[in-house]
Ligand binder design. Structure first.
Ligand code: ADP
Length: 301
């Protein structure tokens, strides 16, 4: 098969591993920098172009789209879908999971455990918002944040009010969330491929840090999931419509709660912590499922 990886950097660990895994299985692997693609949006012959040439003959694409290019990146994925190219994660699914507010609402609708979370737009409701989240301590998060930047633990009501005021002053969208203290600065990354958790790791924040992000110095270890955690991860990926997803859970007193469902989960941490060939599993999934026109929405928004 000829498989395209939508990635802005061929030297990233995840991109390199997917290329390697595809080549090992005899596929032709093409890195497509979605930021540099341009498109001809016509109904009879939609196309995607790069460096003066139309991209043709792809059987499947693997989107690896960073949060900062979600808007344009998903448009490129949608264009491939319109061309009948199979996308392992569809554009609508990526958009759903990228919008934290939309994702939380969809997960809640299906009864998936979430931290109690308040959102607001107007400046008048700070008090009630903190109350909704169960009162201090609360976690306040920028909607646009990634890798733990813009995630603040406010231990007192006063601190929460100041942070909310600051975020509002910056006109930033944010949410106020119950602080899951019992998670002890750890979260669980479940890597889901084709409706199964194929690898899982526990990430522990460094001493004195409640955020477990590996980019912030957290460390990863193997973990055995409970059946409830496993099914929460699988159901979350399904609700988003993602075939490949990184589902982040916290262990709370009221069961597993979902923090985030990531549509381009990194491979480095999970492959190193588990010793599993996750890249190979993504390629295998494509081998079994990619057929021209098999993308369900075919580019529908
Ligand atoms: P990002 O998407 O920027 O990584 P997250 O929402 O995943 O932001 O938060 C980063 C980390 O902070 C999480 O992995 C988790 O360890 C910790 N964290 C986030 N929200 C909570 C919460 N409500 N209670 C306890 N810990 C939290």
């Amino acid at each position: 098969m000829k498989i395209g990886i939508l990635s802005t950097n061929r030297n990233l660990y995840s991109t390199k591993r997917i290329i390697e895994a595809g080549k090992e299985r005899g596929h032709e692997m093409l890195v497509v920098n979605h930021k540099r693609c341009y498109m001809n949006i016509t109904s009879h012959k939609p196309s995607v172009h790069l460096n003066g040439e139309a991209i043709t003959g792809l059987d499947a694409v693997i989107p690896r789209i960073g949060a900062s290019v979600s808007f344009y990146g998903t448009a490129v994925v949608r264009q491939f879908e319109m061309m009948g190219v199979y996308s392992v994660n569809e554009s609508v699914a990526i958009s759903r999971s990228r919008d934290k507010l939309r994702a939380s609402q969809l997960l809640a609708r299906r009864g998936i455990g979430l931290p109690v979370t308040g959102f607001a737009n107007s400046p008048d409701d700070t008090d009630d918002l903190i109350k909704i989240a169960g009162g201090a301590p609360v976690v306040i998060k920028l909607l646009e944040g990634t890798q733990g930047v813009g995630v603040v633990l406010a231990e007192t009501k006063k601190a929460a009010e100041s942070v909310i005021e600051a975020f509002r002053g910056l006109k930033a969208n944010f949410m106020v969330q119950e602080f899951i203290a019992e998670a002890g600065g750890a979260d669980i990354r479940c890597f889901v491929v084709g409706g199964k958790v194929v690898a899982a790791m526990k990430r522990q924040g460094k001493e004195g840090e409640f955020r477990s992000n590996l980019h912030r110095g957290g460390s990863a270890t193997l973990i055995k999931l409970t059946p409830e955690e496993r099914s929460t991860a699988v159901r979350s990926a399904r609700v988003m419509g993602l075939n490949v997803a990184g589902v982040d859970l916290l262990r709370s007193n009221h069961g597993p709660v979902v923090m985030e469902v990531n549509s381009s989960p990194g491979l480095e941490g999970i492959e190193q912590a588990t010793g599993k060939d996750v890249a190979g599993m993504i390629i295998e999934f494509i081998e079994k499922n990619a057929k021209a026109g098999r993308t369900r929405t075919r580019g529908k928004g």
